[in-house]
Ligand binder design. Sequence first.
Ligand code: KIV
Ligand code: ZN
Length: 559
Amino acid sequence: MANMKNADKYKRGYYMPPEECLDWAKKEYIDHAPSWCSVDLRDGNQALIIPMSLDEKLEFYKKLLEIGFKEIEIGFPAASETEYEFCRTLIENNMIPKDVRIQVLTQSREHIIKKTFEAIKGCDNAIVHLYNSTSVAQREQVFRKSKEEIIEIAVSGAKLCKKYRDEMGMNNVIFEYSPESFTGTEPEFALEICNAVIDVWQPTPEQPVIMNLPVTVEMSLPHVYAQQIEYMCKHLNCRENVIVSLHPHNDRGCGVADSELGLLAGADRIEGTCFGNGERTGNVDIVTLALNMFTHGVDPKLDFSDMPSLVEVYERVTRMNVNMRSPYAGELVFAAFSGSHQDAIAKGMKWREEKNLHQWTVPYLPIDPHDVGREYDGDVIRINSQSGKGGIGFLLQKQYGYTLPKKMAEDFGYAVKSVSDHKHAELQPAEIYDIFKARYLNKTAPCEVTQAHYVQNEDGTITAKITAVNKADNTRTSCEANGNGRLNGVANALKAMLKIDFTLETYEEHALERHSNSEAVSYISVVMNGKTYWGAGRHSDIIVSGVRALVSAINNALS
Ligand code: KIV
Ligand code: ZN
C-alpha cells in the first residue's frame, strides 16, 4: 500500500483556547462587510520575485483606491529606501484622500519606530502597525526569550509609539499591534500580550486600537482558528474600543475559510491582498472574500465590478498571473465547455429573460458575470469537443442571431464538435460561424439558382420558372414547374431539372436579430434516399432566403 513516510514528524503545532468557544458555529453567514485593509503593497510586495518599482506601486495604490479600500498598508518605510520614498511621495503629493488611512509597519525597536514616524510626518490619517513574534517556536528558537521578555518587547514598542505620536502631535494616528505568529502561540499568552499593549495604548471610541491576530503560518483547520478568535474577542480588554483584525495566510489553502469563520467569531477587520499574493502560498484573497459575501446578498463595500481592469493592472505590476481558475477573476471561472452545463446555462438564461427575474438563479453560475465586468458572449459558453448542441446553438444565436431548428442544431453540434476534436483545440465564435456558413448557408455548388419568376395560376397554384447554373460545367438551364406555393414550385422545378427526388421535411424562418438590416434567414431540411440534409438561406427577401435554403440543402445532398 502506498504511504507517505514521516507523517509522525508533524506533531500538532497549534493551541486550542482553554475554554469552549463555539458561538460562531451557530451563525449562518456574514451579514455585513468588515473593514478591509489591503496589504498588497507591503506583504504582497515583499513576496514578489521582483518587487514593484515606485511607479508600479503608485499605479497599484490608485487602483486600490478606485476599488474602495479605506486602509492600505503601504510598506515598511524604515526597512528600505524605496518604501520610505513611496510613503513620502504619497504624503507630499497629497495622494491620500481624507477618508483613507495609510498603514506603515514597524518592528519594536526605537530607531525603527522613530524612522517610521518620520516617514509619516505630515500625515495624520495613518495607522502605525507594531509587531513582534510571539509563537512558541519563535520564542524558543529565534529570540531565545521568556514570555516576560517577549511581552516587554511589545510593551516597550507600544510605549515608544505613544511617545512619538504625542511628541509629534499626530493625534489622529491610530495604532495596530500584531502578535506575529499568533497561530503558533498559546491563546492565553496571545491574550496576555495583547492586553498588555491595550493597557499601554488606552483606546477610546475616538481613538480605537487594532489588534491584528495573524495566521502568519496556517497550522490548523479553520474552525480551530475561529475558536481562537472567539476566545480573544471574549477576553480582550476594552473590547468596545478594540478593532479585532485578521490577517490569514494560506499555507493549507484555507485562508478564505479562516477569514470567514474568524469573522463569524467576532472579528471586525480583514487584512489581505488581491488574488492572494503574499508570502509563500500567499495572504487571504480579498477578491474572493468580498465576492463570497456579495453572492450571499451582502454589499462588501469594495467595488470589483471591473475585474478585467484589476487583473490587467495586477498582472502587469506584480508580474504574477491570476490563475485561470481563481474565483470570480480567472479567465475560465465562468466558462462552460461541457454540453450539459452549457445546455442548463442556456436554458437558465432564457428562463431569466422570459420571467424578467431580478434574483440570480442561473444553474452553474454562482454570480452574474456582468457584475464583475465579464461578458456572457465569449466568457461563458466556450466550445470544444466536450460541448453540446445547446451551447453551440446558444452561441450562434447570441453572437450572430441564428436560431436553428432543434434537429438542425443537433446536426450542426456534431459538425462543430468533430472539427474541434480533429483540431484538438477550442473553437472561437467566428470559427463556429465559419463552419455554419460553409456547411449550410447560401450554398451555390454544384447548383446555383440565378433567377426565379413566379406566376399565380387561376386555380391558386404557382408556376415557378427558374434558371440555374451547374457549377461542374458552367452550363445554364431553365425549367418550370407548378407547385402549391412558390417554394414548392421551385422544388418541383429543381427535381425536374436535376432529375432527383426528395421530400421537403422542415421549413423554418425568422428575421435575423443581429448584424443585419432586417434580413431573413430560412432553414430547410430535405430527405433524399432516406437521409436528411440541411441548408440555410439568408436574404432581405423572405422568398429568396427560402429558395437559397432549399438549394443549399439540395447541394448538400448532391455533394
Ligand atoms: O503574516 C504576518 O504575521 C504579518 C505580520 C507582520 C502581521 O505579515
Ligand atoms: Zn503577513
